[in-house]
Design a protein around this ligand. Structure first.
Ligand SMILES: Nc1ncnc2c1ncn2[C@@H]1O[C@H](COP(=O)(O)OP(=O)(O)OP(=O)(O)O)[C@@H](O)[C@H]1O
Length: 824
């Protein structure tokens, strides 16, 4: 007998960069890291919701765990000095393991994909459906099987046996028993119960009458059934799968799109194109008839919660083709519109069985989420309500609908604070509005109130929820409870910040239906190729000395205002302007933003810039060949519709926020020149060496590294010293800068996003821009700042003498401390 082949240890760990994060609770795995350890701002953390429900749900699942596994198996001690916990050499390898692309960690449910394997593409399609992508660098991708990912898999039509058999075929080792059980236990009840709104009535529906009987025996659900004579359940033919044509594709779509794919014999490595295995034949048989009982509108939430507790999570589906109650909307994609393969794939998950399933579609910035939403609307052809985060996006969405579809302009209206009155004239239409318009507390104007009544008193076919990652769960609750919609589609570029709280989105909107791979879209030319670099800027001695003894806030200002960073920024702006790039420089710190922009003579926008001025600057940045560089505060992260840029320079950012980093990178992914031969966009992070910034920077990059981006470290910019008019090139200039920074530290402002919808007033007081009285001498810089800094008391006396407002308590405290130190 030939010796037994053994599995090689996974190499993935070595390849993926540290700081990788799990975005979802993985049963059996360690508790997911909270965002706190990434430095993300906990106070903005938006999503809070039914964790109790989730816990109850998890209790019902026989979770596989490392301890359980060790009790049942003799796991050989790993080789800690080489592979740590990633030594799977005790697993037997299949005979033709070279042909198969997947490894699995039987203890944690982590799956490793060899992306260079000929079957990698098929395996990836399958993995995206059943597992949560954790990290996708060049050669090895890592996924996690989670309760949510399996819930999502079932919701797009895969059965437990499909999942198990397909996974087994792709694996190099036999599928471990624990994983098999985990999949079965998680999925056997998922997808069995659906909530369907038909002719304005809600039905709890299942292909299995026993499941419905079980629900009816429940003391909470049972009494909520709407009685229709003696008959407990109604029975009707299930909709046929795969008969749907998604506009812009020209082909019938659905899970069945893979029906032409042939399976290899059991036990053989799968042939190319045989991914979704047997699911179609089985589904046809199973779904011949469906059984249902009716519940009242007011009981929907109670039934949903109770079903969850019974471990039968309810999937929401909309049988729009058979909805004869709601008027049809005249809408189609314009002739010639061709949706891209990944857009089509995401929509096929939504319309997999001929009905519309509610859920989330995750596509990188610039990948065309708007067109995905519009195509969904053109497929359903019923009333649509679109929710955006700002009134600027409302205008944008309306224009995009008019651009891509043949919707009559009168049938699509915007409902914003500037436009509360006008309504579509036909029997149905599209309303584009903001989350805050719908959830605003307090008295509304007469027109707004009338509009709200109109919106809440009718049924909508589709609710499109834009930028779901920045919207708090309580806002979703308020929106979904007041607006009655048959289906919901959440669109986002990243589900990053939610970590374990993403579970709430799963049940408030629906499971994640699709998540695209950034690198893949970039290779296909749908988004720009980006070169990422971290530029290390040494701190001059005098800055570093101050830095070492400074308190946290001052430390931050010192590493941002590091003159070497300033010089690097100047050098990069010169270099990229000469190349013909459009450059955005991001600085969270408004003080630094203004200093940099003034010194370099470039335009800037921050929270305090009036709306008209913002638009003018943005317009010039887009069209004026003289204006190629724009400094932006964090208002540019979400609240502005930015014109295209090809180079980003980040001089200050929000600690370790991975979401902000991803959002910022997203700003250059849509570059139109992306398909030019050899075109690259550039993303630079300027980091002051040997400061806390280095730590935050590596945290921030974690998400992008997981998406496959490689950050080059630049320790020296070639010939920087030869830059004409290089700022702060003499020691005297640098010392003066330091003094200025130290003095100004007392009045430096934090950026405040004026039109940030969800965080207004959260901190209890608004900082915003402060107005202070001053002399022209101060404005012209004619005062001796060094003198003022060294003589704080005189400074305070001077200010008081001029009738300025009182010092902030923080500065009073510092003043007291300084006085104490001076006295010692
Ligand atoms: N199928 C398509 N065919 C042609 N152009 C497309 C297609 N899909 C998207 N685009 C174009 O790609 C660009 C980006 O689209 P869009 O603004 O919808 O991206 P997005 O994902 O919403 O980005 P962001 O997250 O930054 O808002 C737009 O100019 C859009 O017209």
């Amino acid at each position: 007998m030939p010796p037994k082949r053994k599995a090689a240890p996974s190499a993935a760990k070595g390849e993926a960069k540290a700081g990788r994060t799990s975005r979802m609770s993985t049963p059996g795995a360690a508790t997911p890291r909270s965002l706190d350890d990434t430095g993300d701002d906990a106070e903005d953390e938006p999503v809070v919701g039914d964790e109790e429900l989730q816990r109850e749900l998890d209790k019902n699942i026989d979770i596989f765990s490392v301890d359980k596994y060790k009790k049942k198996h003799t796991v050989r001690e790993p080789l800690p000095h080489i592979f740590g916990n990633n030594d799977y050499s005790y697993l037997d390898l299949k005979k033709d393991h070279q042909n198969r692309p997947l490894w699995i960690d039987p203890q944690k449910g982590r799956i490793i994909l060899e992306s260079f394997n000929p079957l990698a593409e098929q395996a990836q399609d399958f993995l995206v459906t059943i597992a949560e992508p954790l990290s996708r660098p060049t050669f090895m991708h890592e996924y996690a099987l989670t309760t949510h990912s399996l819930y999502a898999a079932v919701s797009v039509g895969l059965s437990p046996s499909d999942i198990i058999s397909t996974l087994d075929r792709f694996l190099k080792t036999p599928l471990p028993e624990e994983i098999r059980n985990f999949i079965t236990n998680c999925t056997q009840s998922y997808g069995k119960v659906k909530l369907v709104l038909k002719n304005t009535k809600y039905f709890v529906e299942s292909p299995d009458p026993d499941v419905l009987q079980l629900l009816l025996k429940d003391p909470i659900i049972g009494p909520l059934r709407v009685q229709h004579g003696d008959q407990e359940l109604t029975t009707e033919a299930a909709p046929k799968l795969g008969a749907l044509v998604i506009p812009g594709t020209g082909a019938a779509k659905g899970v069945t799109q893979t029906s032409e794919q042939q399976l290899g014999d059991h036990g053989e490595a799968p042939k190319e194109k045989d991914v979704f295995a047997t699911l179609n034949e089985d589904d046809d048989d199973e779904q011949d008839v469906t059984h249902a009982f009716e519940i009242a509108d007011k009981d929907v939430e109670t039934v949903q919660k109770q079903c969850l507790l019974l471990n039968y999570p309810v999937l929401e589906e909309y049988d729009f083709r058979r909805d004869e109650v709601n008027a049809n909307l005249e809408i189609d994609l314009r002739p010639g519109t061709q949706i891209r393969p990944y857009q089509e794939k995401s929509l096929s998950k939504m319309f997999g069985n001929g009905r519309a399933k509610s859920g989330l579609i995750v596509l990188p910035c610039g990948a065309g989420k708007t067109l995905v939403g519009i195509t969904a609307a053109c497929t359903i052809k019923k009333g649509v309500i679109v929710l955006c985060t700002s009134s600027m996006s409302v205008v944008q969405w309306r224009l995009e609908f008019l651009k891509w579809s043949n919707i009559n302009p009168e049938d699509i209206v915007a409902f914003t604070s500037d436009n509360k009155g006008s309504m579509f004239t036909g029997s149905t239409g599209i309303v584009v509005t903001t989350y805050s318009m719908l959830t605003q507390a307090g008295q509304r104007s007469y027109d707004a109130d009338k509009m709200m009544k109109f919106l809440t008193n009718r049924e909508w076919g589709l609710m499109l929820l834009d930028e779901v990652h920045v919207v708090p769960a309580n806002i979703f609750r308020r929106v979904t409870s007041s607006i009655k919609s048959h289906s919901k589609l959440g669109l986002t570029a990243t589900l990053l910040r939610e970590d374990d709280k993403i579970s709430d989105l799963n049940f408030l909107i629906g499971p994640k239906l699709f998540e695209a791979n950034w690198m893949e879209l970039s290779k296909q030319g749908h988004i720009a190729r980006v070169q990422c670099a971290e530029v290390w800027c040494p701190m001059p001695t005098e800055f570093y000395d101050e830095y070492l003894k400074a308190p946290a806030r001052k430390k931050q200002l010192l590493y941002i205002m590091n003159p070497r960073k300033f010089q690097a920024c100047q050098y990069l702006i010169n270099y990229h302007e000469a190349r013909g790039d459009k450059i955005i420089v991001f600085a969270d710190n408004v003080y630094a933003l203004k200093k940099y922009a003034f010194k370099l003579g470039r335009a800037f926008i921050y929270g305090g810039t009036p709306q008209a001025e913002r638009l003018k600057v943005l317009d010039n940045f887009q069209k004026n060949p003289e204006l190629n560089t724009l400094f932006l505060s964090k208002i540019g992260d979400t609240s502005l519709d930015l014109p295209e840029a090809t180079c980003l320079i980040q001089i200050s950012s929000h600690y370790g926020s991975r979401r902000q980093e991803a959002q910022r990178l997203g700003r250059i992914l849509r570059a139109k020149r992306r398909n030019d031969e050899g075109f690259n966009a550039f993303f630079y992070s300027l980091v002051s060496k040997d400061t806390q910034e280095v730590y935050f920077s590596s945290k921030r990059q974690a998400f992008l590294v997981d998406q496959g981006y490689a950050f080059k470290v630049i320790t020296q910019l070639a010939n920087m010293e030869n830059t004409p008019d290089l700022a702060f090139s003499t020691p005297a200039e640098r010392r003066e800068l330091l003094q200025t920074v130290l003095v100004d530290n007392e009045t430096a402002e934090d950026d405040e996003i004026d039109d940030d919808l969800f965080h207004k007033g959260k901190k209890g007081k608004k900082k915003g821009t402060r107005r202070t009285a001053g002399t022209l001498g101060e404005l012209s810089g004619g005062q001796d700042m060094a003198y003022i800094e060294r003589n704080k008391k005189v400074n305070q006396a001077l200010k008081k003498g001029k009738g300025k407002q009182e010092s902030h308590s923080f500065f009073k405290k510092i003043g007291r401390e300084n006085a104490r130190r001076a006295a010692q």
